[in-house]
Ligand binder design. Structure first.
Ligand code: FE2
Ligand code: FE2
Length: 278
């Protein structure tokens, strides 16, 4: 039996097609024959502008899946939860705990905004799903749950902490991804890939039992990666023989260039307004 097609539209990204709103954030609209999934929500403003501009009616969302709790993925939650009467929300419980980044000696709260937290708080409990382990949304769409950190060279990608003073490093254990089984292999959607994009793909392959990765789309968080990490990431992505690699959001322009130089036409940078059919 062949799988129905999947269409993925980038709703929010740091880069845009003309006429859309750019934002440091990320959101994907994933449409299959029977499910409409919103994966992340950006900070909010770009989602509110871009979704109608792209013909996406957020009130039709069946499932809102949050890749992790950072503000640039969760700010638009009220737009979706308060508008869609039936939406189910899926995230790790760590997504609603405090997260900080400390840069140049300055600590900033980068966790879920208060209004988003409140929208989640007000969800009827049958519609709120804490994803502490792998979960199947449908027969062929899975949420990874927490992703084991196995590679020697990947880390969370930034100066992330659980406390504003920076005493406790934040491994972003709430980080999760979606995988979709298609006839030609997996399509994997990542938010910031704080677990590492290679760790994420390997876990999706393990969970699904499908070794072939057809496509990966999302933020790879390589904007501060060392050349060594980039080279090892490229070697592992190359070995997986992925057809389409779509770096978005926090991958970083320089890293996208290096990935493209090494992996050629398999790499195609994403931006809000791009749509892909698998
Ligand atoms: Fe992000
Ligand atoms: Fe993040």
């Amino acid at each position: 039996m062949s799988s129905p097609s999947v269409e993925i539209t980038v709703l929010v990204d740091n880069n845009i097609r003309p006429g859309l709103m750019a934002e440091h954030g990320f959101s994907l609209w994933i449409e299959t024959d029977d499910q409409r999934i919103l994966f992340d929500t950006g900070q909010g403003a770009a989602l509110a502008f871009n979704a109608p501009a792209l013909g996406v009616d957020l009130s039709r969302t069946d499932a809102l899946v949050l890749s992790h709790g950072h503000y640039d993925h969760t700010g638009g939650i009220p737009l979706v939860v308060n508008g869609a009467g039936k939406v189910h929300v899926y995230c790790h419980s760590g997504a609603v705990t405090p997260h900080y980044a400390i840069r140049n000696g300055t600590s900033a709260s980068i966790g879920m905004p208060r209004a988003s937290m409140s929208a989640i708080d007000h969800l009827p409990s049958p519609r709120l799903h804490w994803v502490q382990q792998p979960l199947m949304l449908t027969e062929r769409i899975g949420i990874t749950g927490p992703i084991p950190r196995k590679t020697s060279y990947e880390d969370s990608g930034g100066p992330f902490f659980l406390d504003p003073e920076g005493h406790r490093a934040d491994p972003v254990e709430d980080d999760l991804a979606i995988w979709i089984q298609t006839d030609l292999g997996l399509v994997v959607c990542v938010g910031c890939a704080h677990a590492g994009v290679v760790n994420t793909l390997n876990h999706a392959r393990h969970l699904s039992g499908e070794p072939k990765v057809r496509a990966v789309i999302g933020g790879f968080h390589l904007n501060a990666a060392s050349r060594q990490r980039l080279d090892q990431t490229i070697a592992d992505l190359d070995a997986m023989d992925i057809e389409t690699i779509i770096p978005c959001h926090c991958t970083g322009d320089e890293a996208v260039g290096i990935l493209g130089d090494a992996l050629g036409r398999r790499v195609s940078a994403g931006s809000a307004g791009e749509a892909y059919r698998f």
